[in-house]
Design a protein around this ligand. Sequence first.
Ligand code: FES
Length: 126
Amino acid sequence: MSGDASPAYLRFAGAPSSGTPLCRLGELPPDGAKGFTFGEDVNRFEMFVIWREGELRGYVNDCPHAHTTLDYLPDRFFSLDKSHLLCGTHGALFQVGNGLCVAGPCKGKRLTPVPVRLDGDMIRIG
Ligand code: FES
């Protein structure tokens, strides 16, 4: 008997399927982080991607503390010094590379990763 290997983000209502296009790499803002919203109401799904030092990452835009979105302004996901991801609601800080909360009310919890990939210059859910 094998375990269910479905990515954790698929537990979220409205999560788009693998292969869904997000945007072209050149459309990311200078910070290299951009949010995306799919669906509405109970099927609303929010996520963001980060392009940094040649690596692409994606996370569900859902803080593990109070389940608000992280960005305090549209597409603003980084702390002021750009060293961490920041939840603007209560100030939790997350490591960019693995989504681990290292400071704030949800320390030790993690953002939920969304697999993303480059298809030419198009960023897709992977
Ligand atoms: S909701 Fe993110 S730190 Fe509280």
